[in-house]
Design a protein. Sequence first.
Length: 348
Amino acid sequence: MTSTALAATLFGPEDLRMVEHPLGKLADGMVRVRFGAGGICGSDMHYFRHARTGDFVVKSPLVLGHEISGEVVEIGGAANLKVGDRVAVNPSRWCGHCVACREGRPNLCENIYFMGSASKTPHMQGGFANYFEAIPAQCVKIPDHVSYQAAALAEPLAVCLHAVARAGNIEGKRGIIFGAGPIGLLTMLAAHRAGMADVTVADIAPAPLAFATRLGASHVENVAGGKEGLKAQAVSRPYDVAFEVSGTAAGLASAIGIVRRGGVVVQIGNLPGGQIPTPSNAVMAKEIDLRGSFRFGFEFMNAVELIADDSVDVLSLVTAERPLSAAPDALRLALDRSQSVKVVLTAN
Ligand code: ZN
């Protein structure tokens, strides 16, 4: 058994280093996982560039990574796992007894531990490390035919399944997604699965929109030059549901502006921190249901199942793989939207 781990640790904006740290004795109730693969998420990229994402600010060194999978190598105490199990790792640990947990909304757990996040201080360290720890409940076994790369992407798929669930019954409805990054694209795939009849994807960059077309978008709209095209479409066939995934004030305003009267807007994107101006009177006058969607709850299990039975091809989003040891360069590559959709880190 190795005694040290190498972890992609963020010290400040664009200052990500591979840092070696000793592995302590594994506590009872924990399992140790050897890194299999890790997806680079938009929030990892925000942390990398600005040392913050939305309202979460990095105040001390943070190991990034929350889309992870690997192999169980050590178990502290009893667990429904064995050494050698291949697992997708849910980055969330829920308390199970707070009001939100009792209501069946564990993503809103008051005592949540979420790997690779600066939402709390001390920060919760992530999984971009060749060994990391989890509790058994975080570890979902994957069949042999599922690659670690695919298993790592159960997490973003769960985010999108949750967002679609927040939209309510979307069967036969018409939707629009603002933002064609990985979460926008997976939301599109999840919306199709949930029976949405027609999904338009809007973005300001041509490369992600071309990708959306390849993955089956009903329509794509480049809104860099304005939203006239969208408005024209909305007149003939109004949008019932709008998903804001771009993480921009403009995206949220567009979603509120374009959705039909009585429609639903789901905000998944993490906007820049602080107060964001929104067209609130449109929310009132159109009686829009504006719904937040934060991470995911039990959808994680569902995401693993959908990947295992080939219902959602998460690997179709992967544009590059890099070894974990090259995490800083991989983050830079992921930031280049002209060539990257999803960059996945693999074991060295
Ligand atoms: Zn709780």
